[in-house]
Write a protein that binds this ligand. Structure first.
Ligand code: CA
Length: 617
């Protein structure tokens, strides 16, 4: 009897234990009631879960479809959440016959009513781009996380350096002091990659629903967004739908055969984004661009798979809703299927109409760049739906533009020609413009470390049309570092680590050159906050003459005059050439020092500078 009793007890314990087994992955991990789209796709992953029958009961939630994948370890539930559904949690069981094999609770949350979130960004903003691993280490306790493949080692330029969300959160005052109004962090998703790939940059996601624990928790990220909002800073989240890291959990147990492109067949991409907008493109080149891998450690996702496409779109919406971020910067925008990305943008913006998205469109020539903006004229009929793009053409025009003397095509004429093609964009004011970013050589290096050219460039980027973006370290006029690889443009911020000998976050910790740059950048960027003619005014420019480029930003009520003098000597500005604007004004107040000029007569502008004047009646 006793033996039998024990046997019964063991059976009860094991059945009970079985009933508590949760799937290895349930994604999204939770959702909300009252979302714009009433459909929800839940991906379940666990041994043999694909052959089980799901059961649950919750008012307002119904199963629309159950999708089986090639791999029996996956099951996909397509649910409909009616507008009557209330927030709450319900138990889902997965049964084989009458036997419960898996069970988990699924929660539908209430959406936040806070209006100070999902704000979007526009040309009144200046975006500060930083790499969290390189900015500040606020929590040394997360430098090495047990079970993760790479720890922190600052002696390795391409290793992880320990910067994190806490470090950034503690340094927001510095970003505010500079006059920035938005922060773009390079990706903070889990990148649990093997050390040789140097995945501190965040572009090799291994879990799209989790922050990398070396940066902090999901809750810490939400806290950062909240703190930014409280301080009047917007947050732009970096996402990547072209690829994931090869250590992503999908790669160890692929959902379907077509989840990623076959690297044996397509190899690496040709990196030629222009193929997508080229009317003569070959299928060979297009396949190579879209289906080739970005690098061997980043499997290339095939968004033609409908489950994957919906997974990625929901993942974006989940983060937007969960964290309250104000915008998304989508990486490698010209590499995936453009039809997929057009659907992605539309669904995100349908759900969050005030939101903004900028796509990284790193291509040559204005005509290829403009193709990626929504409603671009003269396309092949494809509409990307994308509001903003990274305007690489402005960066290309500045270099070599500022290094050369002005000629018919050279020097400042390059800036003139670049924006004079703006009819190819549907809304060039939404272009994100920049001197440099985490992938390019630092602007100061490209300007042969000439501080005058550096300042001329910064003055230009803050006053021409578009949304300026400033890469961390640029405010300190940093040149490339003397190390190998991408780390040369991704130096740690001195003072972000307790052991650092100096801190650039304080005035005393800056070198004389850094101090000079910081003050210039802070003054101009803070001035721009109030310069509404630059936020929303029209542009009017004049053909560069005498190595000088003059343009205006103006509305019916106000105007800003910008004079870029590339000469080693002062120039005299003949005011009659500009009277179509200047006739309405008497003086110009210099944006940097407040000094005034009389614009009813000819006036002088000093050598090698971008002089910016608020015009007064
Ligand atoms: Ca840390």
């Amino acid at each position: 009897m006793k033996v039998i009793n024990t046997f019964v007890l063991i059976c009860l314990v094991s059945v009970s234990a079985m009933a508590q087994v949760k799937p290895t992955h349930v994604e999204p991990p939770f959702w909300w009631v009252g979302m714009k789209n009433s459909e929800l796709q839940v991906m379940l992953h666990g041994p043999d879960i694909g052959n089980l029958q799901p059961e649950f009961s919750y008012p307002g939630v119904t199963v629309k479809e159950i999708v089986k994948m090639d791999n029996p370890n996956y099951l996909v539930l397509n649910l409909t959440i009616s507008s009557e559904a209330k927030a709450g949690a319900f138990k889902v069981t997965l049964k084989e016959g009458k036997k419960v094999k898996y069970a988990f609770n699924y929660e539908l949350k209430t959406r936040t009513s806070d209006k100070n979130r999902n704000l979007g960004f526009n040309s009144s903003d200046v975006i500060y781009l930083l790499m969290p691993d390189r900015f500040a280490n606020g929590n040394p306790a997360n430098d090495n996380v047990k079970g993760m493949l790479e720890g922190t080692d600052r002696s390795k330029p391409n290793g992880r350096h320990g910067g994190d969300i806490k470090g950034l959160s503690d340094r927001l005052d510095y970003i505010k002091e500079l006059g920035m109004t938005a922060v773009w962090l390079t990706p903070t998703f889990e990148n649990d990659m093997t050390p040789q790939y140097g995945a501190y940059h965040g572009y090799a996601a291994t879990d799209l629903y989790a922050m990398d624990r070396r940066f902090g928790s999901n809750e810490e990220f939400n806290g950062l967004v909240q703190k930014c909002h409280d301080m009047g800073l917007k947050v732009i989240m970096d996402m990547i739908h072209n690829h994931v890291g090869d250590q992503h959990w999908w790669m160890k147990d692929m959902p379907t055969k077509d989840w990623v492109h076959d690297v044996k067949e397509y190899g690496m991409t040709n990196y030629r984004g222009v193929v997508q907008s080229d009317p003569y493109a070959s299928k060979y080149d297009m396949d190579k661009l879209v289906k080739g891998w970005f690098v061997p450690s980043m499997p290339d996702l095939d968004q033609r798979n409908p489950v994957l496409a919906t997974y990625l779109i929901q993942n974006s919406i989940w983060w937007v809703e969960y964290s309250g971020v104000d915008g998304i910067r989508m990486d490698t925008y010209v590499y995936p299927y453009k039809e997929y990305l057009a659907r992605w943008v539309k669904e995100v913006l349908d759900a969050y109409p005030n939101f903004n998205i900028v796509g990284e469109a790193w291509v040559e020539e204005v005509a290829h760049e403009s193709y990626w903006q929504m409603h671009a004229p003269k396309t092949d009929g494809h509409n990307t739906n994308l509001p903003s793009l990274t305007d690489f053409q402005i960066m290309f025009a500045l270099d070599p533009g500022l290094r050369e003397n002005t000629g018919w095509k050279e020097g400042l004429s390059r800036l003139y020609y670049a924006v004079s093609q703006d009819r190819l964009y549907s809304d060039p004011m939404k272009n994100v413009i920049f001197l440099d970013n985490h992938d390019t050589e630092r602007f100061f290096t490209r300007m042969n470390q000439n501080p005058d050219l550096f300042k001329m460039g910064y003055g230009y980027i803050l006053t021409t049309r578009g949304i300026p973006q400033v890469y961390y370290g640029t405010e300190l006029m940093w040149a490339n570092d003397d190390v190998q690889g991408d780390a040369r443009k991704r130096k740690d911020m001195p003072g972000g680590w307790a052991e650092d000998a100096r801190s650039v976050f304080t005035k005393e910790g800056r070198t004389p050159q850094e101090l000079d740059a910081f003050e210039y950048v802070a003054k101009l960027t803070n001035w721009r906050k109030t310069a509404t003619a630059i936020h929303s005014g029209k542009m009017l420019h004049f053909i560069p003459e005498n190595n000088t480029y003059v343009y205006f930003r103006y509305t019916d009520k106000e105007a800003v005059m910008v004079v870029m003098n590339r000469n080693a000597e002062k120039v005299t500005i003949k005011r009659d050439r500009f009277k179509e604007i200047l006739d309405a004004y008497t003086t110009g107040v210099h944006a940097l020092d407040g000094s005034t000029i009389n614009v009813t007569a000819d006036f002088e502008v000093g050598p090698m500078q971008t002089a910016i004047y608020d015009l007064k009646k």
